[in-house]
Design a protein around this ligand. Structure first.
Ligand SMILES: *Cc1c(COP(=O)(O)O)cnc(C)c1O
Length: 429
């Protein structure tokens, strides 16, 4: 079936579904198996040399994960997807599939904390140079590109400030340099709010832990390949060149537009082993069936809460990308459905102590570090994720003692507003 002719809401339910003629099961089966029986030795040999597709071992593929991968590929209109154990392992596999020691990638200065550490420390230690652009502007990325650059990397919307990347501008810089643009599209919510492929991005990586799963029940990452990048420009001998691990097989010749996502699987998953469990892939598939409904509700609730907070005397500043005064608003209008996000940040009046009191008095909203969950989440960076930082470093990171990040859940927003109201009262007393 050609899913491209169907709306997002239909694809999120129908793509990847299997008709089970034996049982008639409507649901996707969970295959809790490590390995798969070969039909005979010839079959096994063909699977191992990649001349025939099929299941060998769950570190490489699993039928439940395959169904989930097909669904996500269809949502983005990509040539293929690869499910991995976490968003972080997805980023690791993408970057190491593109760049080797002595080469570099040029990245946005506004990155998720985990990604920043992977880039700043672990990859550097392995000899992959990460060049941080001075700003998110395509011109600042272009300044750092040289003949050893192998990718550009940015987040479609940054966590937690909601800065928006100029995806089209970055894609132009990347393609002029003969390298792909990689977008972390976690905030694009599985493609419902933003599909970077529509603007020239070549590879998407998404923390499925967040909006794709949507219920805070599993960790996962997903890599999606647009299939549009031409790997035969001499920069990618590991994709268009003899593959040492597969008896000289050339992945680009064998798999054409799907060569990159195949490489992520047959080298990345094989060697790094960050495969998801079948049960977690099942949870992701269930999450996807309601993705658009959930995200629409969360974006509406975020706007309602942001407007309510903006007029509240306990609040110093509300930063919501859907508001015109947000620095990312113009780009969000271009790249994100209704310039929306399910996340906002707010600076309260008062002190570190009154903010801690407020957070501890919340009864519905959960105090944890998470986004995209069905439960509303309030995070206080100064006492949690950023607690180790000095006051000067906090200021540099834009984290003030009363700053909160809020990710709206699926509750009735009126109840969340009432919860905030009683917590403000408790904080004042
Ligand atoms: C959470 C997150 C990640 C990391 O994903 P995990 O699933 O937690 O490994 C990467 N990028 C962004 C933008 C995130 O929010």
């Amino acid at each position: 079936m050609d899913f491209n002719s169907l709306k997002f809401e239909t694809r999120q339910i129908h793509a990847g579904l299997r008709k089970d003629d034996t049982t008639g099961s409507r649901g996707v089966a969970i295959y809790p198996t490590a390995a798969y029986r070969f039909k005979d030795c010839g079959h096994a040999a063909r699977l191992f040399e990649l001349s025939e597709g099929g299941n060998i071992y769950t570190r490489l593929q699993n039928p439940t994960s395959s169904a989930y991968e097909e669904r996500v590929a269809a949502l983005y209109g990509g040539v293929g997807a690869l499910a991995v154990a976490s968003g972080m392992s997805g980023i690791l596999i993408v970057v190491t599939s593109l760049a080797s020691a002595g080469q570099n990638i040029v990245v946005s200065p506004h990155l998720y904390g985990g990604t920043y550490n992977l880039f700043r420390h672990s990859l550097r230690r392995l000899g992959i140079e990460i060049r941080f652009a001075e700003s998110d502007s395509p011109a600042d990325f272009a300044k750092l590109v040289d003949e050893n650059t192998r990718a550009l990397f940015a987040e479609s919307m940054g966590n937690p400030t909601c800065d928006v990347a100029d995806i089209e501008g970055l894609a132009n810089v990347a393609h002029a340099a003969g390298v792909p643009l990689v977008i972390d599209n976690t905030f694009g919510a599985g493609g419902y709010l933003c599909n970077p492929f529509d603007w020239g991005a070549d590879i998407i990586v998404d923390s499925a832990t967040k909006w794709i799963n949507g219920h805070g029940t599993a960790m996962g990452g997903i890599i999606v390949d647009s299939g549009h990048f031409a790997w035969n420009n001499g920069k990618y001998p590991l994709i268009d060149g003899p593959s040492e691990g597969y008896h000289g097989l050339n992945l680009y010749e064998a798999f054409g537009p799907a060569a990159f996502i195949v490489k992520c699987r047959v080298d990345g998953l094989r060697d790094f082993g960050a495969s998801p469990s079948a049960f977690d892939s099942y949870l992701m598939m269930i999450g996807l069936e309601t993705l658009s409904l959930r995200v629409r509700h969360q974006v509406e609730s975020t706007r309602t809460l942001a407007e309510w907070l903006r007029g509240n005397p306990n609040v110093k500043k509300v930063s919501y990308v859907g508001f015109e005064d947000h620095p990312g608003h113009e780009l969000a209008k271009k790249y994100f459905r209704s310039a929306g996000s399910g996340v906002l940040t707010v600076e309260l009046e008062g002190t570190l102590d009154t903010t801690v009191k407020f957070v501890e008095a919340l009864q519905l909203a959960a105090h944890m570090t998470m986004i995209g969950d069905s439960i509303t989440v309030v995070t206080h960076p100064a006492s949690t994720t950023h607690k180790q930082l000095s006051e000067a470093d906090l200021a540099a990171a834009g984290v003030t003692p009363t700053l909160l990040r809020i990710s709206l859940g699926l509750e009735a927003v009126e109840d969340i507003i009432n919860d905030f109201n009683q917590a403000f009262e408790a904080a004042r007393s």
